[in-house]
Design a protein around this ligand. Structure first.
Ligand code: NAD
Length: 469
């Protein structure tokens, strides 16, 4: 058999396997077991055990994929235990049907909104936080009473393998199943009918996902990326600002969807800020960040090459060191970039931070508003009028004032994009909502049956007009 025939045969086999699992999941969902609140709580507790019992393996897989420090593994991936706890705590409340008000003419009726699971949901993950970006939507799917099919990113193979091992160990595949593989597997999955697709990844692939979903009229949540700006005003605590920016930018070596993509700095403070940023980089990662145990690597050669080319933009003021063998790019600040440079045309998604100065705040606002809507927008300023002005004049998935990235960690805040940065949101109750259908239920009784709506209509219009008025 030729290689081509072998690949073709494998694709057919994978397809049959996927269809068989979906069929089994549909049958399991029909039994109604996943709707039971006790069942959901039990499975959320099992998910928590999955994370807790395998912390060391998770840390090792993340180390192998991204050279992720143990601290970051806990802070940005294993922290998901907190989200599971939040769902366990609030689930009964979320599941409760909500009574709604009714107008006077519906006096004998009752109206309620019942959340119900959607069915079988597909979760496709990205590689940058490869564990958490699967478990976070999964816990929402479980809480809302669904079955789930998972496809982790093939670019973080150690975490993908581990997820596969753990999901198969802790869950039956008629309930939660996982398939690993390249883009072809995602494409095969997208060709099947699901009841919801939750996708985390790039805006360009998000468009493909939505196109495929449209063929079966499947709703989507798209958690995408983009260029998240960070405005720095003069009215700040310089040291705190520098520390928060450097932490948020170089966490995971800048491979974070909500990392500040570029700085927009008031000219009056630019020189001082740059000095503080440079000092902070050395404070955090030492004179040679390549030796730092606290600094990640770039995920693969393709992204390393892409990022290395971006180093040719503007003037490097610190960093710019690379080592292809280690997939290492040092924390880098770049000055004097132009908006036409490639670094300002694409999402950077790596440890390079361009700095652009402004004198009038309306200039950065106009720049932000001329670009696709970002996933996050950051503002450093004590000035409350400026804070209000930025909130009113810009649009973004989320905003964090005087800090970076922590909007992601607050369960009561829905997390998601707008426009090119995504559709829909999750975290906390928003995760439950995303994977639920809110069913409107109106109930009548038999103690009253007013005649006003029934034919013959003669003589009844004036009453109807009175109600409508
Ligand atoms: P990606 O879009 O390349 O891949 C994401 C997933 O899509 C992978 O599982 C991959 O197998 C699959 N995929 C890739 N090409 C496909 C195709 N043609 N058809 C079907 N499926 C396909 O994204 P990535 O490189 O893994 O992640 C980086 C991007 O994700 C960045 O833009 C980042 O901002 C964004 N991101 C967003 C969030 C968020 O929460 N909003 C979180 C992390 C990453």
């Amino acid at each position: 058999m030729s290689l081509h025939e072998q690949i073709h045969k494998k694709i057919i086999m994978d397809n049959l396997k996927i269809q068989e699992i979906i069929h089994k999941q549909r049958q399991f969902f029909q039994t109604g077991q996943t709707k039971d609140i006790a069942f959901r709580l039990d499975k959320l507790r099992i998910l928590k055990q999955l994370v807790k019992n395998h912390e060391q393996e998770i840390i090792q897989a993340l180390k192998a994929d991204l050279n992720k420090p143990e601290f970051e593994a806990y802070a940005t991936e294993i922290f998901i235990i907190k989200e599971i706890n939040y769902a366990i705590k609030h689930l009964k409340n979320w599941c409760r049907p909500q009574k709604t008000g009714i107008p006077l003419e519906f006096i004998q009726y009752s109206a309620q909104i019942h959340p119900e699971p959607l069915g079988i949901v597909l979760i496709i993950g990205a590689w940058n936080y490869p564990f958490q970006l699967i478990i976070a939507p999964l816990l929402g799917a479980i809480a809302a009473g669904n079955c789930a099919m998972i496809k982790p990113s093939e670019l973080a193979p150690h975490t993908s393998n581990l997820l596969c091992k753990l999901i198969n160990k802790y869950f039956s595949n008629e309930y939660i199943s996982i398939v690993e593989g390249e883009i072809e597997i995602s494409q095969q999955l997208l060709a099947e009918k699901f009841d919801h697709i939750f996708f985390t990844g790039s805006t360009s692939v998000g468009k493909i996902v939505m196109m495929e979903a449209a063929k079966t009229l499947t709703p989507v949540t798209l958690e995408l990326g983009g260029k998240s700006p960070c405005i720095v005003d003069t009215d700040i605590n310089l040291e705190n600002t520098a520390r928060r920016i450097i932490w948020g930018k170089f966490l995971n070596a800048g491979q974070t969807c909500i990392a500040p993509d570029y700085l927009l700095v008031n000219q009056a403070i630019k020189k001082d800020l740059i000095l503080a940023l440079k000092t902070t980089i050395t404070e955090f990662y030492g004179d040679n960040p390549a030796k730092s145990p606290d600094y990640c690597k770039i995920i693969n050669e393709k992204h390393f090459e892409r990022l290395s080319k971006l180093l040719n933009n503007g003037k490097i003021i610190i960093g710019g060191d690379t080592n292809p063998e280690e997939l290492y790019i040092s924390p880098t600040l770049i000055d004097h970039v132009s908006l036409a440079d490639s670094i300002m045309q694409e999402e950077i998604f790596g440890p390079i931070l361009p700095i652009i100065e402004y004198t009038d705040i309306e200039t950065p606002i106009a720049l932000i508003n001329s670009q696709p809507k970002p996933l996050a927008l950051y503002l450093f300023s004590r000035n409350q009028n400026l804070q209000k002005h930025i909130l009113q004049t810009t649009s973004s998935g989320g905003v964090c004032i005087n800090d970076i990235a922590l909007q992601f960690a607050v369960s009561s805040l829905p997390f998601g994009g707008v426009g090119n940065s995504g559709i829909g949101s999750y975290h906390g109750k928003a995760s439950f909502d995303t994977f639920s259908h809110y069913k409107s239920v109106l109930k009548n009784s038999f103690w009253l049956d007013i005649n006003w709506r029934y034919a013959p209509y003669k003589g009844k219009l004036s009453l109807l007009k009175l109600i409508i008025k």
